[in-house]
Design a protein around this ligand. Structure first.
Ligand code: SAM
Ligand code: SF4
Length: 448
């Protein structure tokens, strides 16, 4: 049987692309393998948002050189954000790669894979909608980004904003729900600009309202939002639609207005804080996650302290923090000096992580003893695992693999709460007593 190996790094957009590509290859009779050496087709889905991610991809590409020498018939494809509009430099550096595929654009490989199997291939929508989607699955709704924040390489690699029509997305949501998905996350680098490039300018609120009636879907989320584009219409839609989860990802990136200006982020911290207040007033109990960059060009100790102040003031549920990494070709790389020493960047990241661990511990502690609705997604280390509407991970103890909770919405009594996840039991089960004796690590309160 023909085999493929699919390796993915990076954001949820990459995960969504890989899921679709993998399932298209499954449909063509290929089998997935965890080892590149066993595969006929090897695909690396790449990320270059930070140097660390790019280094990983380059390491994998280098390691495939000798494999290709020994197996000249094997096919190697590089997809994702490492592939820009021009590929000459990549082709010269990695001559063993057969296909270069721009993000979201893998139909050429699917057609080739079909030919290899002696099949004709219809790369229509239905082939690219997973036949067996995950319980919680991603739906890319807008590609690209027109924003050009000075530090970010995404607009150069993912191109201009391009939304998919509402009717196509509703059809896709229906197919996914029929095939077993219970939760969809509408994806875009700047998802709250969804639709503004389409002829009749539907917005994300209109899209949420359009997919909401899809039968079989229990929950709808969306990622990632830009603070400037988070409209009251979107907040109202989340508040009004029962399936829309009370969870927003609103990256603020830096706490100092001067740093925000150098990043080309078009808001002040006062405006950002006002938005958070409005979101919390409109959507009671809303969970808010954010992204922060530390050590951006010219960030002083006082600037960094403002980032810490915002974290203290807002008390986010989740914070994704990254040290600034210069990206070739970006405005910051061309015009600003990367002048914060690496050790200072690392120390600032650590300080953010420590602060957030304390805040998340405090936010989650009162959840112990409450009952939460959990959508079960998979079994992890012997426990059924899912998420609350607010996106908190919950490990359900005392249920065996045969309990078949996969894809079910269940009530869970929370017995322990850690900063990164919760543990609980089904009401009336005797798991609580057993769990009381265990340490947090034993019951899976591990970072995600
Ligand atoms: N579009 C979203 C926004 O407006 O914030 C985020 C998408 S971006 C691909 C994901 C995250 O990567 C960003 O929020 C930012 O924190 C981080 N990031 C992007 N470029 C970076 C860089 N050069 N160095 C460090 N982190 C970076
Ligand atoms: Fe990058 Fe800014 Fe676009 Fe987000 S909004 S993807 S950070 S350019």
């Amino acid at each position: 049987m023909a085999r493929y190996h699919l390796w993915t790094v990076g954001c949820q957009m990459n995960v969504a692309d890989s899921e679709r590509l993998g399932l298209s290859l499954d449909a063509l009779g290929y089998e997935s393998t965890g080892r590149a050496e066993d595969a006929d087709i090897v695909v690396l889905n790449s990320c270059v948002v930070r140097q660390g991610a790019e280094d990983k991809v380059v390491g994998r590409l280098e390691s495939l050189k000798s494999y290709k020498r020994k197996n000249p018939d094997a096919t190697i494809a590089l997809m994702g954000c490492m592939v820009g509009p021009r590929t000459d430099a990549l082709r010269e550096r990695f001559p063993h790669v057969d296909f270069y595929l721009r993000p979201q654009d893998f139909s050429e490989l699917v057609e080739y894979a079909a030919e290899r199997q002696g099949l004709s291939c219809d790369t229509d929508q239905s082939l690219l909608v997973p036949a067996r989607p995950m319980v919680s699955t991603f739906v890319p709704v807008i590609q690209g980004c027109d924003e050009f924040c000075t530090y970010c390489i995404v607009p150069y690699r993912r191109g201009r904003e391009k939304s998919r029509p509402v009717a196509e997305l509703v059809r896709e949501a229906e197919m996914l729900a029929t095939r077993g998905a219970r939760e969809i996350t509408l994806l875009g680098q700047i998802v709250d600009r969804y639709g503004l490039d389409l002829p009749d300018r539907p917005d994300l609120a209109a899209l949420l309202r359009a997919v909401h009636p899809v039968e079989g879907l229990e929950r709808i989320r969306f990622l990632t939002s830009h603070p400037r584009d988070m409209s009251q219409r979107i907040l109202d839609a989340v508040a009004e639609l029962p399936k829309a989860c009370e969870h927003l990802n609103l990256p603020f990136q830096a706490g100092s207005d001067e740093v925000l200006e150098r990043m080309r982020r078009p808001y002040t911290i006062a405006e950002y804080l006002a938005l958070i207040e409005r979101a919390r007033e409109t959507i009671p109990g809303v969970a808010v996650s954010t992204d922060v960059i530390v050590g951006f060009c010219g960030e002083t100790d006082a600037d960094f302290q403002r980032t810490m102040d915002v974290l203290e003031q807002v008390r986010f549920d989740v914070v994704h923090v990254a040290p600034y990494s210069t990206r070739p070709g970006t405005i910051a790389e061309r015009k600003l000096e990367d002048d914060v020493p690496p050790a200072v960047k690392i120390a600032r990241r650590r300080a953010v992580e420590e602060l957030q661990e304390r805040i998340a511990t405090e936010i989650n502690a009162p959840l112990a003893g409450t009952r939460q609705e959990v959508l079960i997604e998979r079994r992890v280390k012997g426990a059924w695992t899912g998420r609350t509407r607010a996106n908190r991970i919950v490990h359900v103890q005392g249920t065996d693999a045969d309990a078949d909770l996969d894809g079910h919405l269940v009530e869970v009594d929370i017995v322990r709460a850690g900063p990164w996840s919760l543990a609980g039991v089904l009401p009336g089960s005797d798991g609580a007593a057993a769990d009381a004796a265990k340490s947090p690590l034993e019951i899976g309160l591990t970072p995600v």
